[in-house]
Design a protein around this ligand. Structure first.
Ligand code: OOG
Ligand code: MG
Length: 262
């Protein structure tokens, strides 16, 4: 750790206020160039503690920057991990208010719910398969608090990996009914296809992202508890949305997730 506790608390408040007030800020590494990975996750953990202390429940865990398309779009090479809170959920087919967000983008994600705890080190795809209760599709609405969505990895980790909204929809399936590598995803905005991918775009297999998350948590003495909703990361690049946009993401075998931005 390079930052002292007061600085971590201050940066957590700064970034969480930016989120809650839908206001962009400069990336925190501009003022704290020496901060390290532990500092970044400590700031994120403090944001989570603040939300839970106010009564928000943590609704799930997320992996980010797990597909080549996303890594290329954001100019980074390592996945990141964050959390989503209950108040970020919106219903399938519902409306998402742009006034509450800064510059949202949508991304299509293959998600799971676990039925057994997963703990690294040494967690791998097969261990995740055994611990997977069901697979379900979601759309994540990311909204970096950083100006023009420009950041480095430490800044984005501290900003809870741009978490803002999420929509779970479609129909859940059991893992043995699916091949997650060849599972096709088509992202449409206003009826126009804007991005397409297959599940293998995420680290060769979406469950590899969950294994990475378990290993990341294991290194910090934590685990993915049983019953956890886990998002494996956008399969395509994220697409910016504007007022009036209708988004529909069609997942092979898992149904469609849709929403409208107002
Ligand atoms: C970071 C969050 C990335 C994903 O699925 O790749 C993410 C960002 O791109 O702002 O959630
Ligand atoms: Mg995401």
């Amino acid at each position: 750790m390079k930052l002292d506790q007061n600085t971590i608390l201050g940066l957590a408040e700064h970034l969480e206020q930016a989120e809650l007030q839908a206001r962009d800020v400069t990336k925190i590494t501009d003022d704290h160039p020496d901060m390290d990975w532990d500092d970044a996750y400590a700031i994120q953990d403090e944001i989570r503690r603040r939300k839970e202390a106010r009564g928000s429940r943590t609704a799930g865990l997320k992996c980010g920057l797990t597909s080549f398309a996303k890594m290329k779009q954001m100019g980074v090479a390592t996945p990141v991990f964050g959390f989503i809170s209950d108040y970020m959920a919106r219903p399938d087919g519902g409306e998402i208010k742009l006034a509450e967000l800064i510059h949202p983008k949508v991304e299509a994600e293959i998600c799971i719910v676990t039925k057994a705890p997963l703990r690294g080190p040494g967690c791998h795809v097969a261990a995740v398969m055994v611990a997977t209760e069901l697979v379900l599709p979601a759309v994540e609405v990311i909204d970096s608090r950083y100006r023009d969505f420009k950041f480095d990895l430490k800044s984005v980790i501290a900003d809870n990996t741009s978490s803002a909204r999420f929509v779970i929809g479609g129909r859940p399936r059991e893992l043995d009914e699916l091949d997650l590598r060849t599972l096709g995803v088509v992202l449409e905005i206003n009826g126009e296809i804007r991005a397409m991918a297959a599940g293998a775009a995420v680290l060769g297999h979406p469950l590899a992202a969950v294994a990475m998350l378990a290993n990341h948590l294991g290194a910090r003495g934590q685990e993915i508890p049983a019953g956890t909703f886990v998002m494996t990361g956008g399969v395509t690049e994220a697409i910016a949305v504007k007022a009036g946009d209708s988004v529909a993401v069609r997942f092979q075998d898992l149904g469609t997730v849709s929403m409208r931005f107002v």
